[in-house]
Structure formats: structure tokens, C-alpha cells
Design a protein around this ligand. Structure first.
Ligand code: ADP
Ligand code: F6P
Length: 320
């Protein structure tokens, strides 16, 4: 029987994590379960930094970005000795089960703790949309909105100055943020892990757009870690009719008030996490698939290929 649950946020933060913390807290309290908020992810768990949560602890956080619990990365959490110390902390504080909100690494940590006797449920919290077992992660929609708002602004000035804007967005080896931004902003090109990067192809295409289509400006959305956007901007200036300017959107993508979609997703997923724990389930992660909230074993989710985006890349090609 579950009497006390813990909740933590781990890895890069994302808008909507607070809405998930709120949902888990209120649904659990409403089911007669005590809730403990653990500070700064697995790091705070290791150090025993946690406090009891009440209904009012999560008042007025649904619209706030970031995570009220704080987040951290603890690479040593892969070590069994550190995991055992965390299990000791949970047992010392009488916590029977845990909700972990974070990325796939956080899921692996949740699975390790489950195997050691504390049931854990993972919720997908990241702007990258790179977690298998769900169509969308908590925070992706808000980050996309931020990207679109900013690229729209860049379009204004690149159009006035007949320039090519090269915009780097986050994604951590997943091109979704770049692809969705490119489609939503009507960009001329998208460069992502899925498209690969061929510098000559980019330069030839831009030259064609400038000379044959007579485009006066262009936007290229680049997923981080695929190419050096500053170097690409210089190449564009030196080899095409466009003057290139690079912009790295950076951490502004991780902040801001969560969109209604992310608040809804987080609330629905938070409710599901508590109901799984009350049913005695552990080592699962929650996802939204084709609009329905579902759960599946973390081990299975991590082995699943992510949904193909080929149709969206095809759509992008048909729209440029
Ligand atoms: P991010 O992608 O933002 O770094 P993750 O959710 O992937 O977020 O990782 C967050 C944390 O999860 C790591 O700092 C570490 O504490 C933990 N973690 C990562 N990989 C593992 C693993 N294989 N086993 C246990 N814990 C892990
Ligand atoms: O996983 C979220 C994310 O924002 C990635 O998109 C990015 O690669 C990384 O975290 C940045 O991490 P940091 O906050 O350590 O700079």
C-alpha cells in the first residue's frame, strides 16, 4: 500500500514541469497519500533534501515556467552505490514510491530504483521531444511557440536587409523542434539529424533561391549539434548572393509560461502517474499516444523507435 510518494524533476527543465508537480501533488493528496517534494533531482535525493507538500505548496504554479523543485544532472547516479544511497534516503523518510519527471536518462534512473524496490513512474519532461513512448513531451509545445515567435522576428529584419538568417534551435540529437519550427515559420531550409548536413548542397540551394527564384531573404532552421551556424553564416556570405547572420536561440527556449497544451498534457500525465502508483505499478513511463494517455514499461519504451517524421519532412519539401 502506498502512503507516501516523492516527486522530483531531473535533467534540463521544461515549461509544464510545474503543472505536472501540481497534478501529482493534488491527485495524490486527494487520494489520501502524503507527498514529498525532492529538491534538485537525484542530487537532492542523494543529499536527503525533501519536504512535505500540501495543497497550497503548489498554488499558483501552473502558469509558471521552470520547476519549483529545481533540477540537476547527477552523472554519478548511474553508479549502483549512489543508487543504493538514494534508496536509503527514500526508506529513511518512509517514501514508498516516486514520480520522476525528466528525460530518458531520468527514466533509466527511475527504472534502477524500481528494480531496487521503490516503484517509480517516469513522466516525459523535456523541450526536445526525444523520448520514446509518447508523441509529445511536456515542454515541447511551449518551446516551439518560443522558437516560432523569435524566428518571426528574425524574418522581419532579414527581409528588410535581404539577408539569410541561420537559426539554431535545441533538440539534443532530435530534429523535432527544428522541423516543427521550420514548417510553422515557412523557412526555406531545415537542417537536422534526420536531414544530415551537406554544406555544398546548402550553398547551391541558396544560390538557386537568390539567382533563379530571386528570393530577397531566406531562413534556415538548424538543429543544435549538427553544424556550426557561425561558420555556415560566413560561408553563405562568401559564396552566395545572401549575407548570412547566425542566431542561437539558446536557453530562452527552455523558459516561459507553459502553453495550454503543455499544462493539459502535464496535468493528465500527472494524474496517470499517481493512479499507476496506487495500483502498485512501477518502472513504467507515461505517454500520450494518438491523443490518449497511456503507460508502458520503461524498458520497452526505451527500445521503441520514435515515430517517423518522414511525412512531415515531405510536407516541408512541398511547402517551400
Ligand atoms: P538531460 O537530457 O537533460 O541531461 P536526462 O533525463 O537524460 O536529462 O538525464 C538526467 C539525469 O538522469 C542525469 O543527470 C543522471 O542523474 C540520470 N541518468 C542519466 N542516465 C542514467 C542511467 N543510465 N542510469 C541512471 N541514471 C541516469
Ligand atoms: O535536454 C534539454 C536541453 O535543453 C537540450 O536541448 C540541450 O542540448 C541541453 O539541454 C542543454 O543543456 P544545458 O542546460 O546543460 O546547457
Amino acid at each position: 500500500m502506498v502512503r507516501k510518494i516523492g516527486i522530483l524533476t531531473s535533467g534540463g527543465d521544461s515549461p509544464g514541469m510545474n503543472a505536472a508537480i501540481r497534478a501529482v501533488t493534488r491527485v495524490a493528496l486527494g487520494s489520501g497519500v502524503e507527498v514529498y517534494g525532492i529538491r534538485d533531482g537525484y542530487k537532492g535525493l542523494l543529499e536527503g533534501r525533501m519536504e512535505r507538500m500540501f495543497r497550497s505548496s503548489v498554488s499558483e504554479i501552473i502558469g509558471r515556467g521552470g520547476t519549483m523543485l529545481g533540477s540537476a544532472r547527477l552523472p554519478e547516479f548511474k553508479e549502483e552505490e549512489i543508487q543504493n544511497k538514494c534508496i536509503d534516503q527514500l526508506k529513511k523518510n518512509g517514501i514508498d514510491a516516486l514520480v520522476v519527471i525528466g528525460g530518458d536518462g531520468s527514466y533509466r534512473g527511475a527504472l534502477a530504483l524500481t528494480k531496487k524496490g521503490i516503484n517509480c513512474i517516469g513522466l516525459p519532461g523535456t523541450i526536445d521531444n526525444d523520448i520514446p513512448g509518447t508523441d509529445f513531451t511536456i515542454g515541447f509545445d511551449t518551446a516551439l511557440r518560443t522558437c516560432v515567435e523569435n524566428v518571426d522576428k528574425l524574418r522581419d529584419t532579414s527581409s528588410s536587409h535581404h539577408r539569410c538568417s541561420i537559426v539554431e534551435v535545441m533538440g539534443n540529437h532530435c530534429g523535432d523542434l527544428a522541423l516543427y519550427t521550420a514548417i510553422s515559420c515557412g523557412a526555406e531550409m531545415v537542417i537536422s539529424p534526420e536531414t544530415g548536413f551537406d554544406e555544398n548542397e546548402v550553398l547551391e540551394r541558396l544560390d538557386y533561391l537568390h539567382e533563379s527564384v530571386q528570393k530577397s531573404h531566406a531562413i534556415i532552421i538548424v538543429s543544435e549539434k549538427v553544424c556550426d551556424v557561425d561558420a555556415l553564416a560566413r560561408k553563405i556570405t562568401n559564396n552566395t548572393g545572401f549575407s548570412g547572420r547566425a542566431t542561437v536561440l539558446g536557453h530562452i527556449q527552455r523558459g516561459g509560461s507553459p502553453s495550454p497544451f503543455d499544462r493539459m498534457l502535464a496535468s493528465r500525465m500527472g494524474e496517470k502517474a499517481v493512479s499507476l502508483l496506487l495500483d502498485g505499478v512501477g518502472g513504467h513511463c507515461v505517454g500520450e499516444i494518438d491523443g490518449a494517455i497511456t503507460s508502458l514499461p520503461i524498458e520497452e519504451a526505451l527500445m521503441r523507435p520514435r515515430k517517423s517524421r518522414k511525412h512531415l519532412y515531405r510536407l516541408f519539401d512541398r511547402l517551400v
